[in-house]
Design a protein around this ligand. Structure first.
Ligand SMILES: NC(=O)c1ccc[n+]([C@@H]2O[C@H](COP(=O)([O-])OP(=O)(O)OC[C@H]3O[C@@H](n4cnc5c(N)ncnc54)[C@H](O)[C@@H]3O)[C@@H](O)[C@H]2O)c1
Length: 256
């Protein structure tokens, strides 16, 4: 693979599993050094990334906890010197009917899926500003653009991510920093496989198939599909792409 990210340092949250692991492996194969961030043990990802020959380290961090992020920032700078690409991928998506969502559930959802994007950006964007170059990519969800029952708190958080992405892009554009979001379709990962039963009692396996049939391109999205889009967004080919949300869902969300 072409080493198009050589010399760059990527910080990827939620990289122990699923889409985040695919992100880490893809950017490493293309030459980036990778800081793997997760609340859980990320040894598996670390081994995969190191096998590519890239420089890598794993950091335990709960992205909902401000002090964890401050410590992470210091640790990443000690290990790698800087962060050029911030990938805010960590997220949770428990499905629950609106009637059963308590304020505590709502706040937990927003803190992990939205506050974290703010806090990580606060910590890592200043260094990008100093160097006049940077990439921020936030994980949204295509559930923002389609009917998805049982996810009011999740979709509110992801809608916030899309709004934050646009607004931050407007501020940072003149400083050489792009800010974009990826909105995946329902993708086979540890997280979606663990969420049983799904909406209306469906298993995840059933749901991958049902949604794929409604897509323009009728196959379930994979973590590697997301990684291809990420690689483009952080590359110099995307120098003029900012404030965008890329729906990577086979055309499930479309104008008509
Ligand atoms: N998989 C999908 O179908 C899908 C669809 C739309 C959006 N997304 C979004 O993509 C992202 C990744 O999803 P996934 O399916 O790979 O999830 P996953 O559950 O497979 O992996 C998520 C990773 O994030 C980590 N994590 C969770 N909470 C954390 C915290 N507080 N601090 C640090 N790490 C934490 C987990 O330990 C895990 O390693 C999420 O933001 C999710 O909302 C996923």
């Amino acid at each position: 693979m072409e080493k198009r990210h050589a010399g760059k340092v990527a910080v990827i949250s939620g990289a122990a599993a699923g889409i985040g692991r695919a992100f880490a492996v893809r950017l490493a194969k293309e030459g980036a050094d990778v800081a793997i961030v997760d609340i859980n043990d990320a040894g598996h990802t670390l081994n995969e990334v190191k096998a590519t020959g890239a420089k890598a380290a794993a950091f335990r961090c709960d992205v909902a906890v401000p002090d964890d992020i401050l410590r992470l920032g210091d640790d990443v700078e000690a290990a790698f010197g800087r962060c050029d690409m911030l990938i805010n991928n960590a997220g949770v998506f428990p499905s629950r009917p609106f009637a059963d969502i308590e304020l505590e559930d709502w706040r937990r959802m927003l803190s992990i899926n939205l506050d974290s994007v703010f806090l990580m950006s606060k910590r890592f964007v200043p260094g990008m500003r100093e160097r006049k170059w940077g990439r921020v990519v936030n994980m949204a969800s295509n559930s923002f653009g389609q009917v998805a029952p049982g996810l009011t708190h999740y979709i509110a958080a992801k809608g916030g991510v899309i709004g934050f992405t646009r607004a931050l892009a407007s501020e940072l554009g003149p400083e050489g920093i792009t800010v974009n979001a990826i909105a995946p379709g329902f993708t086979r990962t540890e997280g979606t496989l663990a969420r049983e039963p799904n909406f209306r009692g469906l298993t995840s396996e059933q749901l991958y198939g049902i949604l794929a049939e409604r897509q323009a391109i009728p196959r379930p999205p994979t973590p590697e599909d997301m990684a291809g889009t990420l690689s483009y967004l952080v590359s110099s080919d995307a120098d003029l792409i900012t404030a965008q949300t890329f729906y990577v869902d086979g055309g499930l969300v479309r104008a008509s």
